[in-house]
Design a protein around this ligand. Structure first.
Ligand SMILES: [Zn+2]
Length: 263
């Protein structure tokens, strides 16, 4: 049997409606659902599975916003400081991603890393399947949500000739986000991450956020210590087990540790 002990945050969230943009091939549009393919190999469940993209970036943006409100300088999402034509890309209060490693590493870089240093956080993939799907979901990592596709047409003026024919997908319902800690977080780092998560509903996820499509609510957050073990039973079948302990006290104390003056 093998065993690994780690900490993670389990976030219970929901969206009344999130829009994903116009299909994967349409240039430049944000698309938050990546089609992974159809169901299980036994053919009982042929529903499409989607990967919900953009969760990491969403929380990263929220952390940047929290830092900005506190007047703390952190990394920008990009390591570029200007466009090819020399236009400054860097908003005030931010430095180019990873630049702080040369002087004093900022709190956001300590958590999220950059090309120069790996992140301390691993975001588990959020894989969703339509609630309309029949049959049993065979894996523990797939979550059921409402998924709808709206067919849309753009026609040549005064004709019925289609310029473009595409589907816009929407999803809604409850989902769970899991963030695994690859290293122990300091109290300050935990506080900064928790505050970023609490801020995230202010930002919204995916396309058409400005039209209100992309509102995400956060319902609960749990800091857990997980002991995951994997071994064989007598028939050689792999048996995986997770022992979970909720660390409420550590989470409560963690909230006070950043920013420093805030008690
Ligand atoms: Zn930085």
């Amino acid at each position: 049997m093998i065993e690994r002990k780690f900490k993670r945050l389990v976030i219970s969230a929901s969206t009344p409606i999130a829009k994903t943009g116009n299909g994967p091939a349409v240039g430049g549009k944000v698309n938050n659902l990546l089609l992974l393919g159809n169901g299980t190999e036994n053919g009982k469940d042929d529903s499409k599975r989607y990967l919900m993209k953009g969760i990491r970036g969403w929380i990263n943006h929220a952390m940047i916003a929290v830092a900005k409100e506190q007047g703390v300088e952190v990394c920008h999402t990009s390591s570029k400081t200007e466009t090819q034509s020399g236009v400054n890309l860097l908003p005030t209060g931010l430095h180019a991603r990873g630049k702080c490693l040369e002087t004093e590493e900022c709190i956001q870089h300590k958590l999220m890393g950059s090309i120069s240093k790996p992140s301390k956080l691993k975001f588990e993939p959020v894989i969703i399947i339509s609630t309309a799907s029949k049959g049993k979901i065979e894996d523990n990592n797939t979550q059921k949500m409402h998924i709808a596709t709206e067919r849309r047409n753009s026609l040549v003026h005064k004709t019925k000739i289609a310029i473009q024919d595409f589907g816009e997908r929407y999803f809604s319902g409850k989902f769970t986000i899991k963030i695994e800690f690859l290293e122990e977080l300091t109290k300050e780092e935990l506080a900064f991450l928790l505050k970023g998560i609490l801020y995230a509903p202010e930002i919204g996820l995916g396309a058409a956020v400005n039209n209100g499509s992309g509102k995400v609510n956060i319902h609960s957050v749990a800091l857990q210590e997980v002991t995951r073990s994997r071994g064989f039973n007598k028939q050689g079948k792999v048996v995986e087990e997770e022992k979970i302990r909720n660390l409420w006290k550590e989470m409560e104390e963690g909230m006070k540790a950043w920013p420093k003056a805030n008690t």
